[in-house]
Design a binder for this molecule. Sequence first.
Ligand code: CIR
Length: 263
Amino acid sequence: MTDPTCHFSHAITRQPAASAVNGLRAHDIGAPDMARLQADHDAYVVALRATGAQVTVLPPLSGYPDAMFVEDTALCLPQGAVILRPGAPSRLGEAAEMAPTLATHFTDLRRIDGPGYVEGGDILVTGREILVGRSARTDAAGVAELARIVADWGHRLREVETPADILHFKTDCSLLDAETILTTERLAAAGCFEGYRLIHTAEGEEAAANTIRFNDVVLMPGGFPRTAERLDRAGYTLVEINNSECAKLDGGMSCLSLRFNSA
Ligand code: CIR
């Protein structure tokens, strides 16, 4: 039986739009190859479905080049979902686009009204708490508003700091099971994971940190053999997905889906 923290009956994804070539990126290393990006996205959806989950694939949104990164628009918890407020101005409207789909799955649907901001890439839900990293996209006011909402549902939220120059908190970490976190050395050094079992990415493979544990598998970006070996040795079943094109837009495994368990 899958660890309940990692058990998901559903996922929501969105097809990349042709406008994804104009997606946000910290450093421009070229536009993604759209055919490859689409093939990688297809492989991602296939891998989620292979675990038995029901996966919704929403149509592309041409007005929002980054809309395939659905994770940043909402937080899904067993008690309900929260429509977030992305801190990137070009992405703010993506949250409202996700609301109707979430409304078909959640009766308790809340919303970050602002003025603060929160992006889902800064939120790590573990077996014991919700960690939220302040970042260039997620500010203290947004975190405070989210903390009030999730407290209503009995969740403890802990505010932490996303290291400077890292897009999102989860750019550098991911949950492998309720108590185990895959993290880069630089994030672990910040001391925010006390009490958890940690597996570190191999040196030079920091981009492997953003994985998702989804039912019985860990989806990880391809091309990081030493980190893959560490996870394999620790007993995780890996599915590697090519991430070369998504990475050009600072995206990884977690950002491509919203994941939740509904009876
Ligand atoms: C952005 O800069 O917003 C997008 N190009 C990448 C978002 C990645 N999101 C995530 O990891 N949760």
